[in-house]
Structures are given as C-alpha cells and as structure tokens.
Design a protein. Structure first.
Length: 626
C-alpha cells in the first residue's frame, strides 16, 4: 500500500476516533449534568410535607414483590437507569414496612378507609401475604373499611383483595386463580446437542435439583413429592379465601371445561363471570368507584377522593434511618434471604462469611440477649451453610437463644442453617426439608473437538490441573467420578448427623424424612423437623421469652452501605419520592413474559453462583413455584 493511501486511512480512522471521543464525552457530560441537577434539587428544595385531610383514605398501591430483605442494588447504577427513563426491574417491598404502615393507619384518626390498588403487586409467598393480611384484619377490627379496586386480580393480588369489605372490578377486567405449579425448564437434549457432558453426584431419592440438566422431564419421584406440597398450599389458599368471601372451596375452577361453562353463560364477559362467581362484589368504572369514595371521605383539589399514597404515608410512618437505643436490651434479627454462597454476598444473597459476620456481631453485642434468624432460602453451598451453622452454635454457647423463623422457603441449605437453632418455627405453608446434597459438573471435551480445539500437556501426577479446571476440557475419569460420589455421600452423612444431633434424632430417623424430600411446615411439624408453627412475630416473642425479657427493642443486624453509597441512595430516594424520576408499571402480561424469558437465565446464573470450595451443594430447585 502506498504512503498516500496509508495516510488517507490514518486520517479516516483518526476522524472516526475523534467523532467517537466527542460523542462519548457529550453523552457523559449530559449524564453528569442530569445527575447534578437531580442532586441539587434534592439538596436545596424544601421538604414537601405530606398533607392528609381530616377524612382521608389510605391508598395502598403496593408495587413490586413482597420480600423479607431487599436485594442489593447499586444506587448509582439505579439512579442513572431511572434518570434515563429505564424501568426498574422487579421492584421490592419489605413485608415489615407494609405491615407497620397498615398498623399505623389503623390508629390514625384521619384515615377513615383503605383503598387497595394491587395492580402492580408482584410476587409474594403465602406466608408473606398472610402477614399483610393479619394487619388488614387489624385495620378492619378498628372499625375501618377496606375497598379493593382494579382491572386484574391474579392469585397474589386476589388473596389480599379477599380481606376487603368490597372488591370492585373494572368492566373489562378479570380475575384469574390458577392454582400452584412447579414447571422447571429441562436442558438434557439441548446439552447433548451442544455435546456438553453432564456429571451428577447426589444422595437422596427425591433430590431433584439436578434433574433439569439430566432429564427432559420431571421424574416420578419428583412429581410425587412436588404434588404433595403444592396441593397442601392450594388447599390452604382455597380454604382461607373461601372463608373470607363466604363461599365453598368448590367455587374454584380447576379445569378449562368448568371455566368455559361459566364463561359461556356470561357470554364471554370476564367481568360478569367474576361477578357471577362471587369473586367480586361490583363491576364499576373508575369514575363510579371514584365517586363512591368521594361520598365517604370527600373530594380534593384534583377532583378525586381525599387520599394519601403508600409512599407518601411511608415517609411519615417509617423513618429513613432506624436508630437503636443504646440502653435497651435487644432481640437481634438476622435475615438470610437468597442463594447461599461461599464468602461474602450483598443483601438478597446469603454469603457464608458475611452472614456469619452478622451473627458474630450479635454475639459480641452485650445488649443483644437473643437472636431470630429469619430464613427465606432454598439453599446453596454446603460449606457456607456449615460456616453459618457454626456461628449459631457459638451464639447458643454464649447463652443467647436462637430461634430460626422460616419464611416462604427454608429447604436444603436453608434447613441446614436452621437446624442448630434452639427452636425452629415455620408457617404452615413454609417449604422446608429437602435434606440432601449433590454435585454437578459440566465438561466440554466433546464440544471442544467439534470446533477444532483441544487441551493437551503433561503433569507430574494424574491430579495436576484438577483445581485449575482441567476436567472441564478433558472430561472426568472413572476414578475421579468415584471420588466425587464418595465426597457427596460423606457430605450427606454429615448433614444427617448434624440434623440428628440438633433434633435429637438418629441418623436413620433423619434419613427416613430426608432423601431430598420437600415438606410443608405443617408436615415438617409432624415429622419432628420443626418445633412450632407460627409467624415471625411469634418467633420474636418466643426469643424474648427464652431470654427472660419483658421489655426489649428489636434490632435488625444488617450490612451497611458505604458513606458514598448512602448519600447517593438518599438523594435519589428523595428525587424519586418527589416524582422527578420516571417510573413504569409492569403489566400482568409483561410479568408473565419476563418469568418465561428469565427462567433459563436464572437456572444458569444460579449454577454460576454455586462456589462451594468442595463442589458440594444442598439446594432445592423444585421449591420455586410458577
């Protein structure tokens, strides 16, 4: 190529690079200016005090999933995303916040009624929904009525709506109560097509966590076990809703034929179908419902009924920061939510080291007299579970009773960390048990040759390169497979022994209810795997009783944001509360699509999160409910 052409190319690429650098600088400057404006506004604007009319409604517009602990979200990334108009993915609400807010409203003389708008409510296990429901019942017991209004009631939304004195539906709305199911995605054929070898090491007839990678369908054993606890949950759901709505448990359409017959009688009108089935009390337009509320609490300047929203009322009721009384004796709460992994993890996951550190803080705090470990986890790393379990044992040895309070799920590793507690409390619908372990390894020796790659070399022993992942490319020898299975069997024996020691059972007795089988809290009580059925509040009360406390504070021991993260979170929290940042509501069909498209991602992300140093896991994949 001539020097002239070379010079031309250099100038061309130089120009392209200059344009790119200029574009990048412009975009970054725009983002920076937007951030400065938002931060400046949050700093210098006066705090708008929420005004509540003397007669007003609490507008309980719940948005997101009900959780025990919010997952960690990087505040800067979230702020930039929302400032750019991005949709917040799977927003979350603390169950404790919702309950506290409703209980406060019950005593607030300005709040005359409650209006529940559940259209943006996402996931929520039965035990969490019941916790909110208990607060709703207390609100009604104070002499105040609850009205539910919406265009669509899915199963979670309708469970809470059933606590209302009146349920109203938009004319083109619908109610869909479909029951519970467990439908994992299965990858065996896909992995075979990709020539990926799957090696499974497990103990437990019902330990089905690895089935999606080894089968194309659910095994009979898994179907048997899953059907048992799913039917228990559905029976509990039907019984509770039927009692509140005043009809029989046979008023639930469980076949398409039954639903079609009723829908045909309603001439295909879903609203009329819901009304005839007594799912709802009225079919109303928004204006009709608005006017009915105005007649009760009066009209505001926006030509709607006097009301205060969930977020507005929350700012009044729940302070941004909780300050502990340094004098009062305390019950410490440590929340363990998510997959259990080795090392440290942000909230929303359970790190063996980080969760153990929280328990250790409680142990060395002289004001902490007892601990409640709130568990919502399907398990994960067996090694990390044992690290956490050791800290619970140390708490007991220090004379501080520990109550394990099971939430929606406390299975596999979730049960492992519960077992060392003084007592285990569960809700009737808790999913627990799944006592079993497994190892899973995918190797790519056949896939490598397909694309013309190979790994070869020499080592001083057969073990050389094993810890560096060489089996991923070379495959596993039969002796290596035998060794892995031996380690899994040893791990299962240790699991049985640990449970037996803490539950006063022999290994043989534990094995009969183990084998990876999943149980509900009610069944686990019969089998001796839990001590009591009760709520989180019941577990707190029991911890206080065991510690001999009549007066105490409840303190949540949790990791704290760094000073920089806290400033950003506070500023953008203020900006969002003022409505300066856009927000989007995910519609039911969007939620369904997200669930389908993310399942594959979640399964493989889950396996990627598994980082047990011994490659041994205690996890319940079938505990996920569709």
């Amino acid at each position: 190529m001539s020097e002239k052409k070379k010079g031309l190319f250099r100038r061309l690429f130089g120009a392209i690079w200059s344009v790119y650098r200029g574009f990048r600088a412009t975009v970054l400057n725009i983002i920076f200016i937007c951030l400065v404006l938002v931060i400046g506004s949050a700093l210098f604007s006066g705090g708008d005090k929420v005004q509540i009319a003397d007669t007003s409604a609490l507008y309980l517009n719940l948005r997101g999933d009900l959780v025990e602990q919010k997952r960690y979200v990087d505040p800067m990334a979230a702020a930039i995303n929302e400032a750019a108009g991005g949709q917040e993915e799977a927003p979350e609400m603390l169950v404790t916040d919702v309950v506290k807010l409703i209980n406060h409203a019950a005593k607030d003389n300005r709040i005359q009624v409650m209006v529940m708008d559940l259209s943006a409510l996402g996931g929520g296990s039965l035990d969490k929904l019941k916790s909110v429901g208990k607060a709703l019942e207390a609100f009604k017991a104070s002499g105040k009525k609850i009205f539910a209004y919406g265009a669509y009631y899915g199963q979670n939304q309708y469970f809470l709506a059933s606590y209302a004195d009146q349920i109203a539906l938009e004319p083109m709305g619908a109610v869909l109560l479909e029951g519970y199911g467990s439908y994992p995605m299965y990858y065996k054929n896909a992995l075979e097509k990709l020539k990926v070898s799957t090696h499974v090491f497990r103990v437990g007839t019902y330990k089905s966590a690895v089935e999606p990678f080894t089968r194309n369908d659910m095994s009979d054993a898994a179907k048997e076990a899953n059907s048992a606890w799913l039917n228990e949950l559905w029976a509990d759901y039907k019984q509770q809703v039927a009692e509140r709505r005043g009809f029989g448990i046979d008023n639930f359409d469980e076949t398409f034929a039954a639903m079609y017959s009723k829908l045909q009688a309603a001439e295909g009108d879903l609203g009329q179908y819901a009304l005839t089935s007594k799912w709802v009390d009225a079919v109303q337009t928004r204006e009709q419902f608005r006017n009915s509320m105005i007649a009760i609490v009066g009209k505001n300047d926006n030509n709607t009924y006097n009301h205060v929203t969930f977020d507005e009322y929350k700012k009044m009721v729940i302070p941004a920061k909780q300050f502990d009384n340094p004098i009062t004796e305390k019950i410490a709460v440590v929340v363990a939510r998510g997959t259990i992994v080795d090392g440290t993890a942000k909230p929303g996951m359970i790190g063996g080291d980080s969760t153990a550190a929280l328990l250790r803080r409680a142990r060395h705090d002289d004001k902490v007299k007892a601990v409640v470990l709130r568990i919502d986890s399907g398990g994960g790393s067996a090694f990390a579970s044992e690290v956490i379990g050791q800290e619970i044992t140390l708490l007991r040895e220090a004379g501080k009773p520990v109550i394990a309070s099971m939430g929606a799920v406390a299975a596999s590793g979730g049960y492992w960390i519960a077992a060392p507690a003084n007592e285990i409390w569960a809700s009737p619908t808790t999913i627990t048990g799944s006592i079993g372990i497994f190892g899973l390894l995918h190797t790519f020796e056949n896939a490598m040759s397909t694309i013309g790659l190979n790994v070869d070399g020499v080592g001083t022993t057969e073990l050389a390169g094993f810890s560096a992942g060489m089996p991923l490319f070379k495959g596993l020898s039969e002796p290596a497979k035998d060794m892995m299975q031996l380690l899994i069997e040893r791990g299962y024996t240790e699991f049985l022994t640990m449970v037996g020691k803490n539950r006063n059972m022999s290994n043989e007795e534990v094995d009969k209810v183990a084998q990876g089988r999943v149980w509900t809290g009610s069944k686990a009580l019969e089998l001796g795997l839990v001590d009591k059925l009760g709520t989180f509040d019941d577990a707190i009360a029991r911890a206080a009783e065991m510690a001999g406390l009549s007066q105490y504070d409840i303190t949540v021991v949790q990791p704290e944001l760094s000073p920089t993260e806290q400033i950003i979170a506070d500023l953008f929290g203020a900006a969002k509360a003022k409505g300066w940042l856009p927000s989007a509501t995910m519609q039911p069909e969007q939620r369904a699509l997200r669930q389908l498209t993310q399942q594959v991602k979640q399964d493989f992300v889950l396996m990627n999160q598994f980082n047990d140093p011994n490659g041994i896991y205690s996890y319940c994949l079938s505990c996920q409910i569709n």
